[in-house]
Design a protein around this ligand. Structure first.
Ligand SMILES: *[C@@H]1O[C@H](CO)[C@@H](O)[C@H](O)[C@H]1NC(C)=O
Ligand SMILES: *[C@@H]1O[C@H](CO)[C@@H](O)[C@H](O)[C@H]1NC(C)=O
Ligand SMILES: *[C@@H]1O[C@H](CO)[C@@H](O)[C@H](O)[C@H]1NC(C)=O
Length: 396
């Protein structure tokens, strides 16, 4: 067992590092959220907001102008607003909420395809390192409240419902724990594959990354503030090493998105693969990935680890502070799967025990339900969304 695991690590090490360092990909998101939403026959609006630190974010809206019920949806790592609509009319959560009368707003985090503009820094230019110097902490601490304030101001509502997948749930925990005044704007939160604690993860990238971070400060420095944008050729190379078992679904193996998250037959929905491939991955920073790796290694849910000196400067302590989960008092619901290698059942249960206002937890009975199945599984309306709609009705 050890030698198998060991050789897997060694095998993955070289292409992973090459991928991260060369990092010279071309964005290939040919299918935009707007195109998809309009193709499905729904109205679409594009809004922009500027954060206090200069990032210009695009918020997408599937408007229900007469409605006073607002839904805000926040995407995962390497994802964007498009992931809430790629599953088609029947199975996409954004449309299900719209048909239920919601005014639907889709967030886009800094660094994704739609939120690449900045007042001072060009993400592909001279100050690219300054642009990419953020993690999912900043997305939760700055982007999320900026977008939510805007939505409140635009719609005039005092309360809304929050829906998120994976990183979008971590963003929510960051916001509501560190800026508790935001708790009151959420009527309820519906969190898919919730992420906070990660130390039981069996995701291969976290394991490999954890090994690297644990062993070498040099590589951590190399991975520092930069864009996570693996090149096409290197994705194919890593894919050919890690994905030999899935020859039928080779196309997925060559996509960084699926490489990072892994997939089972629940994720691999042949009806929507062309749309998913044309709109993913959507871009992120290396620090986002690294911050998750840090949580995997430490077993904490805490702020970014800058190393001893950096931590003293930033936090005044040798270790980064934990996010104070006790501050959260939004009625929350979890939805998760047994085969999820990021939001593992163990870590989700540990998180559940730390939250005083978790109202319900739905663990999918489907054995292969994995991380990305929450977004791409066939027949999602039946598998997950019907439980979300049931839970919404509980909290008025
Ligand atoms: C980026 O933002 C600046 C404002 O800082 C604006 O002038 C410019 O038009 C924006 N560029 C794009 C491509 O939206
Ligand atoms: C994860 O962290 C928790 C809390 O420190 C600990 O109880 C548990 O044993 C850890 N699990 C693993 C697999 O390290
Ligand atoms: C995936 O495979 C399992 C058997 O291994 C099967 O029970 C399940 O229905 C399959 N799921 C899909 C979506 O095809």
């Amino acid at each position: 067992m050890y030698s198998y695991y060991h050789s897997l690590i060694v095998l993955s090490f070289v292409p992973l590092i090459t991928t991260l360092i060369l990092n010279s990909g071309d964005p290939k998101n040919v299918l935009t959220t707007e195109t998809i939403v309009r193709k499905h026959g729904y109205p679409f609006e594009k809004h922009t907001v500027q954060t206090e630190d200069g990032y210009i974010l695009e918020i997408h809206r599937i408007p229900n102008l007469k409605s006073s019920q607002v839904a805000f949806l926040m995407h995962c790592l390497l994802c964007s607003s498009s992931d809430w609509v790629v599953s088609g009319k029947k199975n996409s959560l954004a449309y299900i909420l719209h048909r239920a009368g919601y005014d639907v707003w889709l967030g886009n985090a800094r660094g994704n395809t739609y939120s690449l503009n900045h007042t001072k820094y060009n993400p592909r230019g001279q100050f690219a390192d300054k642009y990419w110097d953020f993690s999912w902490h900043e997305i939760g601490f700055i982007d999320l409240p900026t977008m939510l304030d805007y939505v409140q101001q635009k719609t005039g509502v005092t309360q809304m419902r929050y829906f998120a997948h994976s990183q979008g749930t971590a963003n929510f925990f960051v916001l509501t724990s560190l800026k508790p005044q935001y708790n009151k704007i959420f009527k309820s939160a519906h969190l898919l594959a919730p992420i906070a604690f990660l130390n039981n993860s069996f995701n291969i990238f976290l394991k490999v990354g954890g090994n690297i971070v644990g062993r070498s400060e040099v590589i951590q420095t190399l991975l520092g503030s930069n864009e996570f944008r693996p090149s096409r050729k290197l994705q194919e190379l890593v894919g050919s090493i890690l994905c030999t078992d899935f020859s039928r679904d080779r196309v997925l193996c060559d996509n960084a998105f699926f490489l990072v998250a892994g997939f089972t037959n629940e994720t691999c929905n042949h009806d929507i693969i062309p749309e998913v491939m044309a709109s993913s991955p959507a871009g992120s920073s290396l620090n986002q990935v690294l911050h998750f790796v840090q949580e995997f290694v430490s077993g904490h849910f805490r702020q970014y680890d800058h190393g001893l000196e950096g931590n003293m400067q930033t936090y005044g302590s040798s270790e980064p502070p934990d996010y104070p989960l006790a501050n959260i008092n939004v009625p929350m619901f979890f939805y998760h799967g047994k085969a999820d290698n990021f939001a593992t059942v163990k870590d989700v249960l540990r998180l559940s025990k730390k939250l005083k206002t978790l109202v319900g937890r739905f663990e999918s009975p489907i054995a292969n339900f994995d991380h990305l199945a929450h977004m791409f599984s066939p027949n999602l309306a039946e598998k997950i969304h019907k439980y979300i709609m049931r839970d919404i009705a509980l909290i008025n």
